[in-house]
Design a binder for this molecule. Sequence first.
Ligand SMILES: Cc1cc2nc3c(=O)[nH]c(=O)nc-3n(C[C@H](O)[C@H](O)[C@H](O)COP(=O)(O)OP(=O)(O)OC[C@H]3O[C@@H](n4cnc5c(N)ncnc54)[C@H](O)[C@@H]3O)c2cc1C
Length: 380
Amino acid sequence: MRHAEDTEERQQFREMTRRFTETELLPFANDWDEAGEIPWEIHEKVGALGAWGFGVAEQYGGLGFDDMYMRCIWGEEAARAHNGGTLAALGGRSISIGPIEKFASQDIKDRILKDIVEGRTGSSLGVTEPGGGSDVANMKTTARQDGNHWIINGSKTFITGGMTSDYFVVGARTGGEGLNGISLFLVEKDMEGFSRTALDKKMGWWASDQATLYFDDVRVPAGNMLGDEGRGFIQIMHNFNYERLGMVAQCLGMMRVLLEESIAYAQQRETFGKPLSQHQVIRHKIAEISARVDATEAWVNQICFLTENGQMPVDQICKAKFFSTKNLEYCASEAMQIWGGAAYLRGNVVERFYREVKVMAIGGGSEEIMRDLAVRQMGL
Ligand SMILES: Cc1cc2nc3c(=O)[nH]c(=O)nc-3n(C[C@H](O)[C@H](O)[C@H](O)COP(=O)(O)OP(=O)(O)OC[C@H]3O[C@@H](n4cnc5c(N)ncnc54)[C@H](O)[C@@H]3O)c2cc1C
């Protein structure tokens, strides 16, 4: 859908990412799902595309500018990989680059950021704990100061990229209870006392790895604290805005793929002597899916417009997240109905996206928490 701010640069970026996705990612959707991983060279190719360079200076491999529309274009077009697991394998990095870029010391940035942004090494964000992910302010992992170090103890789980990343942005309690007692740290994979185990047998996102991380008296140099002590909760919440909007854009892309695949299937599959697309019930399903794609797209553009004009509309982002995941759930279910038994067989995008709905609805802030936050933003 064209809109007033759809500039030539943004259109070119969309064309480039679509071409990249359709040639470099899409053909391997099923193979990577079954293999449970993607080749590392894909990280480097996406790095070269600039997908992780928004808001990052050129000296660190970044683009030297930020653009929320383009961030969302990447999220939306990447869904054409037909495999959310591929995007998750690539994306653990995208939710941890922001805190490193904004809050790491010059020394750390010089040492690690370029390799991360250009896809040579991986980084992950560690917020969720075995005891819970929704109640971030109540996290239990601790960091105790010891001279020029912090000693971290605790555990994180469901961490995307956890088995393959070299660097981890980790929230830990440095102060008292509640949101003011949390700070962010950069933990490095070779630090003594750090270990990890893979989470296996997931419902979806097979091509990506998730891990439980263990911190057993991990000594972290004081310089690895990211930003100021006690500011971790605010930093995490700010970072969530980007993660959540990115997920909304990805939901939009997934819905669009489901629409296109439903139309294509309905045009070639015949029942009762005519194509499915000529049966009114199926036509209505396609109209409904299409309307939900349009509504989500309009909302993404509206949020991008606001952010590009200096606002961070947290309430809109929270509402758009649960709105888009509920719509994705609907579209995936209806696309399954249009495809019938064919979608029940493993290895096609409708089946895969149907399995991947729930991680979009739970990860990065669940539908329940998004509703709660949205209402709080309304002053209630
Ligand atoms: C595949 C995958 C990848 C992930 N990747 C990462 C990652 O890279 N980094 C990371 O830090 N985390 C990651 N997560 C964790 C994810 O962010 C959490 O699963 C999510 O925040 C919910 O936390 P929880 O699972 O602990 O559920 P809980 O917090 O235990 O909540 C359980 C259920 O109760 C609901 N609930 C909780 N509190 C309330 C309330 N007050 N009112 C109503 N309902 C409520 C929740 O919505 C949820 O449905 C990932 C999760 C998955 C599944």
